[in-house]
Design a binder for this molecule. Structure first.
Ligand code: SF4
Ligand code: FES
Length: 251
């Protein structure tokens, strides 16, 4: 397919282009297999892939199905594969892609495809829940009110607090693609967030869970997860730190 550029038209100060999106469609009620469908859509250089998907849905094909909520990189609901890389559609500016070529959009991999760009996230959240993603503490807080934490202690796990559970990391992991039982990077990131929190008393419980055969040792350090994370979390490093904590105890 070819792009797309009518001579860029000026709309105020913003250029307009015709972009071609090639979207992998699937409707379980009528399709035996997914198939690719082309859409030409007028976009502006300030538009994101999510804007283009909205235009297609609102102006060309109302059956196009995808998730989104916040549209600003916070809710984590619109992770998808864009030109073969996991990204949030709402954080991917079309002008940052190669607009001389079509833009390929498909659902993230490794989770059951439900319809078009939507996958069943339940296996992902099941892994997340299994690592106890909440503060575990039986002791009473000092003075009975709150658990005070130093700035330095808070910084220890700051990176992994940024997770928005978009699944871009887990669904970019080749081990997860081939072994649906693997906890996956996101679950380990969220375990890390509590394991290294000095107010938490459940680190050993989580380390024992992740020492399982489907736990951290399945990681092959391919770095796909760190590259995919829209929050810039050093996912592979977090996994390495959890491995170290299993071997040597929580530092
Ligand atoms: S670690 Fe990053 S990529 Fe993985 S679920 Fe969290 S925000 Fe998404
Ligand atoms: S729509 Fe919420 S992160 Fe993209």
């Amino acid at each position: 397919m070819t792009l797309v550029t009518d001579a860029p038209a000026e709309v105020g100060a913003v250029q307009a282009y015709t972009a071609t999106l090639i979207i992998r469609r699937f409707d379980p009620d009528v399709d035996a297999e997914p198939y690719w469908q082309d859409f030409d859509v007028e976009v502006y250089s300030t538009d994101r892939v999510l804007d283009a998907l909205h235009k297609i849905k609102w102006e060309q094909d109302g059956s196009l199905t995808f998730r989104r909520s916040c549209a600003h990189g916070i809710c984590g609901s619109d992770a998808m594969r864009i030109n073969g890389k996991n990204r949030l559609a709402c954080k991917t500016l079309i002008k940052d892609l190669d607009i001389s070529k079509p833009i390929y959009v498909e659902a993230i991999k490794g989770l059951p495809l439900e319809k078009d760009l939507i996958v069943d996230m339940e296996p992902f959240f099941e892994s997340y829940r299994s690592i106890n993603p909440f503060l575990m503490a039986t002791s009473k807080p000092e003075k009975g009110k709150e658990r005070v934490q130093s700035v330095v202690a808070r910084e220890r796990f700051d990176d992994t607090t940024k997770c928005i559970l978009c699944a871009a990391c887990t669904s970019s992991c080749p081990v997860f693609w081939t072994d649906g039982q693997y906890f996956g990077p996101a679950a380990i990131v969220n375990a890390h967030r509590f394991i290294f929190d000095d107010r938490d008393e459940g680190a050993q419980v989580r380390l024992d869970i992740l020492n399982d055969k489907e736990g951290v040792w399945r990681c092959r350090t391919t770095f796909n997860c760190s590259e995919a994370c829209p929050r810039g979390i050093q996912v592979t490093q977090a996994i390495a730190e959890v491995k170290q904590a299993i071997l040597r105890g929580k530092p």
